[in-house]
Unconditional design. Structure first.
Length: 317
């Protein structure tokens, strides 16, 4: 009989590439991970791993087993959800991941909604880049998370994570302009036409290694130039403040523009950010996860109602 915990280790090795990375993510020692994978190979009766330099790669049999492990672990997650649904009330810890701008826009209102309807829940929020959410969910560090992807940086397919759309919103080009009193519109113009005048100015982007950074670089490249990056910050409020101080151009989503500082020119771009709620595959029916999804949607809906008619709208369920 194959051990589910060892299947989980094999799946993590397939995604992380090294035993050391698996050990660090799951708070094991590398020797313990190696030992458990060795036991799994003996249980399977065929080689599952082979060395390739410093990395360990899966054999064809190992990859086949990972496919079955995904299905088994998804079914277990569904079983946990159904058992939780059989209990009275919704309560206990709920570990929530969020990207920075979601942490000061969507999350506070969602937590207030949860407190009203499910006071026994104990939400715990952790800021995390969307690119790391899948790892955090599989490792059990998170139960649910707000994630996003951008045009030019689509999310990679991941069979271990399910997602529910939350809101789509346009991105804006932000530049300092002491005369600016209102946002502009770039509707009908191409990305090259809108970004081209900014080819020689300094740029403000998210930190290297984040999806926001990749989006900014690729959008500029699509417009025909390589951005000259001066500042790297993840908080869109800081991007707006730096642009107002004449420190360069940057990108911000619609939700970040509601309370921008004076002296910035905002131009809508044909470029979008899509925010979603992510959780482990099979876990969408868990009462706590479902409660958070409903609360996040309610928060987005109220925020959309409070903005101008062209603001971001919740996506359909």
């Amino acid at each position: 009989m194959l051990d589910v915990r060892r299947l989980h280790l094999l799946r993590e090795l397939d995604r992380r590439g090294t035993i050391a990375a698996v050990a660090e993510a799951l708070t094991f020692t590398a020797s313990a991970v190696s030992q458990q994978l060795g036991v799994l190979e003996r249980e399977a009766g065929v080689p599952l791993l082979e060395r390739s330099g410093r990395r360990v790669v899966l054999t064809p049999a190992g990859r086949t087993l990972v496919t079955h492990a995904d299905a088994v672990l998804q079914r277990l997650e569904l079983a946990v959800s159904e058992l939780a649904s059989a209990r009275e009330g919704v309560g206990g810890p709920l570990r929530i991941g969020t990207f920075p701008s979601g942490g000061h826009t969507i999350v506070p209102a969602a937590l207030a909604e949860l407190a009203r309807h499910h006071p026994a829940l104990e939400p715990m929020v952790r800021e995390i880049d969307s690119a790391r959410v899948s790892d955090g969910l599989r490792a059990g560090e998170l139960d649910v998370a707000l994630v996003h992807d951008y045009d030019f940086v689509p999310a990679s397919p991941d069979s271990t994570v399910d997602e529910i759309p939350l809101v789509d919103e346009p991105m804006y080009l932000v530049m300092g302009d002491a005369r600016a009193t209102a946002r502009g519109t770039g509707r009908g113009a191409t990305l090259a036409e809108l970004l081209g005048p900014c080819a020689e100015v300094p740029w403000i982007t998210a930190r290297d290694g984040t999806t926001g950074h990749a989006m900014a670089v690729r959008a500029c490249q699509a417009a025909g130039f390589q951005p000259r990056i001066r500042h790297q910050v993840n908080d869109f409020r800081t991007v707006l403040a730096l642009a107002a101080a004449g420190q360069g151009a940057g990108f911000v989503p619609e939700t970040a523009t509601a309370h921008g500082p004076a002296g910035v020119l905002l131009t809508e771009l044909p470029l979008f950010r899509r925010s979603k709620v992510a959780f482990r595959a099979g876990g969408g029916s868990h009462p706590a996860i479902a409660a958070f999804v409903a609360a996040a949607r309610a928060a987005v809906g109220r925020r959309a109602d409070a903005t101008h008619p062209g603001g971001p709208q919740p996506t359909a369920p």
